[in-house]
Design a protein around this ligand. Structure first.
Ligand SMILES: C[S@@+](CC[C@H](N)C(=O)[O-])C[C@H]1O[C@@H](n2cnc3c(N)ncnc32)[C@H](O)[C@@H]1O
Length: 216
């Protein structure tokens, strides 16, 4: 069996965004990814860590992390005002701990828009939407420049699994290639901690995502 894996999004359309957000369920493996990223943030061992999420979307990971760790400060970066409004509604009573930053990850200057230097840059299911390997490589490079020594980059994103006959949209590529791009950005020892919802036989657009982590 073979086919195409990818998705089209209307990030600035209110109806699309609200429909997408209501269909997105925080399933067990998705929560596992959030917990794994939170554990990496906590490993930094820094009180009051400043955590920046790239492509906060409806804010499910943000809410998950803010509820479980009362010390971190959070910066939610997105280029969609509509998604940002949904994130405000999801994060709700915890919004006072969040800085909302409108920036486009396709530009070079998004780090200059951050409110302060992050200790961790995290992301889930967002960077593949930049449309290819080069924009992801650019985000990895900007993240490396922006983080302090010892700072964390954690990217949980859709990948193209090894051994598949299916064609994938260009933003979804192999774990090995992600690790190569992270090394090229300057990170010494990037790792993939897990490959969740593995399916090479009849994959959907919501399956096959990895947790890629790198420390500067
Ligand atoms: C699937 S959502 C992320 C879900 C989120 N991690 C959560 O847990 O709720 C992807 C987000 O990436 C954002 N995004 C896509 N391309 C972007 C870009 N070029 N710059 C900034 N944000 C972008 C979209 O607007 C969307 O809000």
């Amino acid at each position: 069996m073979s086919g195409f894996v990818g998705a089209q999004h209307e990030f600035h359309d209110d109806e699309f965004v609200r429909g997408w957000a209501s269909r997105f369920e925080p399933t067990a493996p998705r929560i596992q990814l959030f917990d794994m990223i939170l554990a990496e943030v906590e490993k930094l061992g820094k009180a009051d860590s400043h955590v920046v999420e790239l492509g906060t979307g409806p804010g499910y990971m943000a809410r998950h992390i803010l509820e479980r760790n009362s010390d971190v400060g959070y910066e939610a970066l997105d280029f969609s005002d509509v998604f940002m409004q949904v994130a405000r509604e999801t994060i709700d009573d915890l919004c006072h701990r969040v800085t909302f930053t409108n920036a486009d990850l396709m530009t070079k200057d998004w780090p200059a828009k951050l409110s302060k230097q992050p200790d961790a840059i995290i992301s889930t299911w967002a960077l593949h939407d930049l449309g290819g390997q080069q924009p992801v490589a650019d985000v990895y490079a900007r993240s490396y420049e922006t983080l302090p020594a010892g700072g964390l980059l954690a990217n949980g994103d859709f990948i193209k699994p090894d051994g598949t006959d299916w064609e994938y949209e260009p933003g979804r590529f192999s774990i090995d290639r992600h690790l190569e791009l992270l090394r090229e950005a300057g990170f010494k020892d990037p790792k993939s901690l897990v490959h969740l919802e593995q399916n090479t036989v009849d994959p959907t657009a919501g399956q096959n995502y990895a947790c890629l982590v790198a420390v500067k």
